[in-house]
Design a protein around this ligand. Structure first.
Ligand SMILES: O=c1[nH]cnc2c1ncn2[C@@H]1O[C@H](CO)[C@@H](O)[C@H]1O
Ligand SMILES: [Zn+2]
Length: 418
């Protein structure tokens, strides 16, 4: 059993008792011999953050192609470099991302990428919780479609067989502009067959929406809905920047979860998602960083802040997206989208807990902590517990050899650049 003693949580000092991978008691707990104890008296407890849209090995693409629009960025820079990836390169890129997420308080992420053996190995070692999808792209070619579907199914079975409770499979059709209708229709069937969520890019740029409209005569959400893509499955749609009212209706009716990625959308100049409008419809909003080629980091605290201030600014309304609301997007709403009992500190919930040292200039004066965490905190946390395991203690990651990862990740980067 693990006891966090005397920690600040929701304005009070409490004890949190963890047994196996769950929080079993919050309140006053008597310390007993067999308990491992963390002194929380200088610390604030929050639920671990949940990042609902990542391409984690893209840490290796950080800074290689900045200041470009999406299509140019993908076609001319990212995809040619991605052709040189292999399992080992992806493994080190993932470990680099795991280090960053742990240090900035993320305990769960929802990823779409390639070489999932490498990603899963790194995630398993790191102690993080993740949903992993193989990113399918068929570019409307039948032969590629069959290959991609086979790969996706192979990876679902591979991840299920791994037997790591923290790693779950998902399906990742890249987007309606890179995947054929036949592929997308098959993905819906596979999601039902394996009971896994679908992770897809939707309505990121005006250009891609125009392309889908030319190809199908419909807006992307209408098009997918026309062949029942959203029926009977759980979908996490990344971006959702440009949406018609008709499409918002589909998102609401089909209970599609939105992964809002404000920083990536700003950096690629894709636009600003209509989050206040979606909230009015009761749509579940979660937060994602996207990959480090377009963000360029995985610090979800930055996403929370940008989300909270961006919609105020563009709508000329400072009352929009309150601090608690933005924080909930990155915790409880993410958990809801992924269907895990996390994102909250509650008896019975998964023990995914982050502790932050209160002796930090960005948290002073030590009142209104929920405001500081959104508008001021720099994001570097002290202790991270995931699935009941202590993964970082007083800033030191216990699961990963950090120095080795920096060395190997640098080598991997130069192999990509060759
Ligand atoms: O913002 C984005 N929009 C579209 N594609 C992206 C974005 N970020 C990364 N990828 C690409 O998605 C694939 C993962 O399956 C990769 O090719 C990655 O580069
Ligand atoms: Zn993406």
């Amino acid at each position: 059993m693990l006891l966090i003693k005397n920690v600040f949580f929701n304005g009070k000092r409490r004890d949190i008792l963890i047994e196996d991978n769950k929080i079993v008691k919050i309140g006053e707990v008597k310390r007993e011999e067999e308990m491992e104890v963390i002194d929380g008296s200088k610390k604030i407890a929050i639920p671990g953050l949940i990042n609902t849209h990542t391409h984690i090995p893209m840490t290796l693409f950080r800074g290689v192609a900045d200041d470009l629009p999406l299509m140019e960025w993908l076609n001319n820079y990212i995809w040619p470099m991605e052709a040189k990836l292999n399992e080992e390169i992806v493994y080190y890129g993932t470990l680099l991302g795991c280090i960053e997420m742990i240090k900035t308080g993320t305990t769960t992420f929802n990823d779409m990428y390639f070489y999932l053996e490498g990603i899963a190995k790194a995630v398993e070692e790191s102690g993080l919780r993740a949903f992993l999808a193989y990113g399918m792209i068929d570019l409307f070619d039948e032969e590629r479609r069959e290959k991609e579907l086979k790969n996706a199914e192979k990876y679902i079975e591979y991840l299920n067989k791994l037997g790591c409770e923290r790693i779950k499979p998902a399906l990742g059709p890249h987007a309606p502009y890179t995947c054929s209708k036949e592929l997308l229709a098959e993905v819906n069937k596979l999601a039902k067959k394996y009971s896994v969520p679908i992770h897809i890019h939707m309505n990121e740029t005006l250009e891609e929406i125009k392309r889908v409209k030319e190809l199908t005569g419909m807006k992307p959400f209408e098009y997918l809905n026309s062949f029942k893509f959203f029926d009977g499955v759980k979908v996490i749609a990344a971006h959702c920047v440009h949406l018609s009212d008709e499409e918002i209706k589909i998102i609401k009716e089909k209970r599609v979860n939105v992964s809002h990625n404000p920083i990536s959308n700003l950096k690629l100049a894709s636009g600003v998602a209509p989050i206040p409008k979606l909230l009015k419809e009761g749509i579940n909003i979660t937060l994602g960083t996207d990959g480090c080629g377009s963000n360029n980091n995985l610090n979800l605290f930055e996403e929370i802040k940008v989300c909270a201030i961006l919609h105020k600014g563009v709508n000329l309304d400072p009352t929009l997206i309150k601090a608690d609301e933005a924080f909930n997007f990155a915790t409880i709403n993410g958990a809801k989208a992924l269907d895990i009992n996390a994102g909250k500190l509650e008896e019975g919930a998964l023990a995914d807990i982050v502790l932050i040292n209160k002796d930090n200039p960005t948290l002073q004066p030590l009142e209104n902590i929920s405001s500081h965490l959104v508008y001021s905190f720099n994001g570097f946390v002290d202790d991270v517990i995931i699935d009941g395991n202590v993964v970082m203690r007083d800033g030191k990651i216990l699961t990963i050899d950090e120095e080795k990862v920096y060395e190997e990740a640098e080598k991997a980067y130069y192999r990509l650049k060759e």
